[in-house]
Design a protein around this ligand. Sequence first.
Ligand code: ZN
Length: 335
Amino acid sequence: MRRYGKHTDEDDVRVRPNRKGNRPRTNIRPKHEDAADGFVLTIDRGRLTVLVEDRTITAMKARELGRKAVVVGDQVSVVGDLSGAKDTLARIVRVQDRSSVLRRTADDDDPYERVVVANADQLAIVTALADPEPRPRLIDRCLVAAYDGGLEPLLVLTKADLASAEPLLETYEPLGVPYVVTSREELADGEAAERVRERLKGRVTAFVGHSGVGKTTLVNALVPERKRATGRVNAVTGRGRHTTTSALALPLPGGSGWVIDTPGVRSFGLNHIDPSRVIHAFPDLEPGTEDCPRACSHDEKDCALDQWVTDGHADPARLYSLRRLLATRERREGD
Ligand code: ZN
């Protein structure tokens, strides 16, 4: 699987003022050699549900982690009471480097973009072909978030019985995004889940999609245990119904991968997209940027990619798609 480098400290995009005397701390922290490895399944009001071996335990972030966020999908080290018994609370003392990040956009309640899912291999973008109409610019935003964060995208197109998938697939053909096309009937009888499952084997896949596109139906079909899993999470947190604001990691049957449902992710934070990370997902174009002016937007007069394509090194449709994706940063959602 592709990796685009470390994303360790990008959960907090605020720039800390570089105070005078801001030198590294010298106190040696306890090593927590007895810590156990855990995987963060969901978060509810500061309480994290963590999978440790085959148990789910409740944990909170240790003070020593400071402002570092812990998110769903994080691989962590936990100490304390790891029994998972009622009313016990473990502490998360370390967060492993992340192989990928998915950021949600800033909103009225919170002006900062934040990582909501870590370490997902894949981003499944669930889109209906009709009712509701597909929104290609929204799909573009999802793709940019995936490429920038180090996830491989997967298009899941639903309701093919209402409209043809061809026009949409034509748009994304130059990007080579893998896809699954399904009908309402296939979604209802589990056939769609069967086909999607083939794409999820051995991977961690985050699912995004607006209401009405069939995402919940699909996730429930992929993880028949979903309701039970959610119940188990509640039993551990003791906090009633699972809130719909946090992502929730669910194991695929047979240990063949993970589905991370993201009910809270309606849009992605694209303010801090690094074009070089996006271009990394275009190995045919990336070498062509060597002759670009410094800090090239790749959509300007002196951009070397035009010559690169003219010289036959890459397909012009690929450059067009890349530029369309990079331009999503300047657009508002729903444009
Ligand atoms: Zn350029």
